[in-house]
Design a protein around this ligand. Sequence first.
Ligand code: ABU
Length: 371
Amino acid sequence: MAWSPDKTEVKSWNEWDTLRHVIVGRADDCHIPPEEPALDAKVPEDSDMRGQWGRRPQETIDRANELLDNFADQLRKRGVRVDRPVSIDHSQPVTTPDFHTDSQFGCMPPRDVLLTVGHEMLEATMSYRCRWFEYLNYRPLLKQYWEEDPNFRHEAAPKPRLTDADYHPDYLSEKIGDAKRLEWAAEKFFVTTEEEPLFDAADVLRFGKDLVVQHGFTTNLKGIEWLRRHFPDHRVHTVNFPGDPYPIHIDATFTPLRPGLILNNPQRRLPEDQRGMFEKNGWEIVDAAQPAHNTPPPLCYSSTWLSMNVLVLDPKTVCVEKSEVYQAEQMDKLGMEVVEVDLRDAYAFGGGLHCCTADVYRDGECEDYFP
Ligand code: ABU
């Protein structure tokens, strides 16, 4: 049956089929959290964020919200239903029997927390202490979907304990240097240990029957094994990108645009021995265009490669950040219609156009692209 805006249905099997219904995050009450092991490992050593924490300046929150609201309106004008989370108070500390941290993070970006696979939305374990309660921002929406869609499966992965045993102390040093980080990435020695299953939803890409999952700072091998057991009808593939000294979240590294075509970050190429499934099935993996910026905006966790963190609206249409002119040009050459979206001033809140959204409904069914 065709999708109708009047009826709530959760369904999305991949990253490219026609998008009908999506969640767009909010910058409300977003905080720079205090130091903690997993977060520190990701903040670049020369970043302006080192050593400071607290609520983000109100004018930056207002500006990010203006851009996120505009993006939501742009999508609505194209016929996409857009829902927004309800922000909790992120100034509240997180205390469990196992750890304490003095503030939370925000309700950006939803892609990190919510993984939609078919009719299911799965709350990820998360791997930062400050993000332990982040799912609560989305619970009003998930409650609504559950009440309105009898086929919706609302699932939550086991909450991790996040004791010190979850983190390698080697990463706690202030100065590690990119050479050492790259050596560790090549050895698959990341900040998170194998103490318990950990994953962020943004480490997972959906290709119908296949899920491709990045092993890195935010997702460990036990997290991937947990996903494998949780989705027994899927094939779950582990990938690594050894060129990334700060490997969190796959969506500024490997970006499927349509069946048969993936953009890959040229500094973080998929190793030859992990390309088999794509090559055997005639998929093309092309280097993404260079970012338009040399540095991320102020107080930003992410790299300049948010340039390739695009939101595919359908196999011929893609949202690209407005200032990322090289990425837009490449999309055009690849035959995609480009929708420009002004979002750079919201990057600091947790990411780009893919990050700041979570799929609720895309057309299409669960296909096998790698038979
Ligand atoms: N959340 C995506 C960030 C990845 C990057 O910093 O390149």
